[in-house]
Design a protein around this ligand. Structure first.
Ligand code: PEP
Length: 243
């Protein structure tokens, strides 16, 4: 069975005043049956690492190269040196706002592994792709083209139309896609594919988490907005731990 994982993506939110939220989340995380990961902005990575012991800290993106003339970028090695253990790659906001392709996402996932980080690889269809009946083929292609050869990864299925919108896919839609991804994981990695966590992401809130975590092959969630406040995130962590 995969480990249960709850991951918070703070995106471009959070100054040092937000470190108290991380402390509150960490206090609860140690007593739960799931792994908790927080991905604050890079400016907080080192500070966050120094103040938690029961949660993992991750970056939100990395460059695929080790070093070089890439102004404003950060390598996986730098994120690891700051004490993080995870990094999100291929988030739809990066794919859309920065033109990141599947090939680049795969290179970033490989860079993460090279640096000793576990990549959280995001895949998911847009609304028009779903309406055109392309959701499964789009997500399958993203998966095949974005994953590295090693199974030391976490997959996050995030339908783009559910991110930050308050719109949730039906449980049947989540079930179908997570089953497809599990089959792809097993096809790609054999037995190891059975234990790769598949997270659902997109408008997960305290009031809908329990239903989502009841779905087979949902092994946790990648949470955006509701991870910024401990009072929102902790009930979601607890729902996963109890599932
Ligand atoms: C995300 O950005 O990964 C995400 C899931 O955001 P939200 O939970 O706010 O929809």
């Amino acid at each position: 069975m995969p480990h249960k994982v709850i991951a918070g993506n703070w995106k471009m939110n959070g100054a040092q005043t937000a470190l108290s939220e991380i402390a509150a989340i960490s206090l609860v995380a140690g007593s739960l049956t799931c792994k908790t990961i927080l991905c604050p902005p890079t400016t907080l990575t080192h500070l966050a690492v120094g103040m938690v012991d029961s949660i993992g800290i991750g970056g939100q993106n990395c460059h695929h190269e080790l070093e070089g003339p890439h102004t404003g970028d950060i390598s996986a090695e730098m994120i690891a040196e700051a004490g993080a253990q995870y990094v999100i790659v291929g988030h739809s906001e990066r794919r859309e706002n920065h033109g990141e392709t599947d090939a680049l996402v795969q290179a970033k996932a490989k860079a993460a592994l090279r640096a000793g980080l576990m990549p959280i690889i995001c895949i998911g269809e847009t609304l028009s792709q779903r309406e055109d009946g392309q959701a499964i083929s789009v997500v399958s292609t993203q998966f095949i083209m974005s994953v590295p050869t090693q199974a030391n990864i976490i997959i996050a299925y995030e339908p783009v139309w559910a991110i930050g919108t308050g719109v949730l896919p039906s449980l049947a839609q989540i079930t179908k896609m997570h089953d497809v991804i599990r089959a792809l994981l097993i096809k790609t990695y054999g037995k190891q594919g059975e234990s790769v966590p598949i997270l659902y992401g997109g408008s997960v809130k305290p009031n809908n988490a329990q239903g989502i975590f009841g779905v087979a092959n949902v092994n946790g969630a990648l949470v955006g907005g509701a991870s910024l406040k401990a009072s929102d995130f902790i009930p979601i962590m607890q729902a996963l731990s109890d599932s």
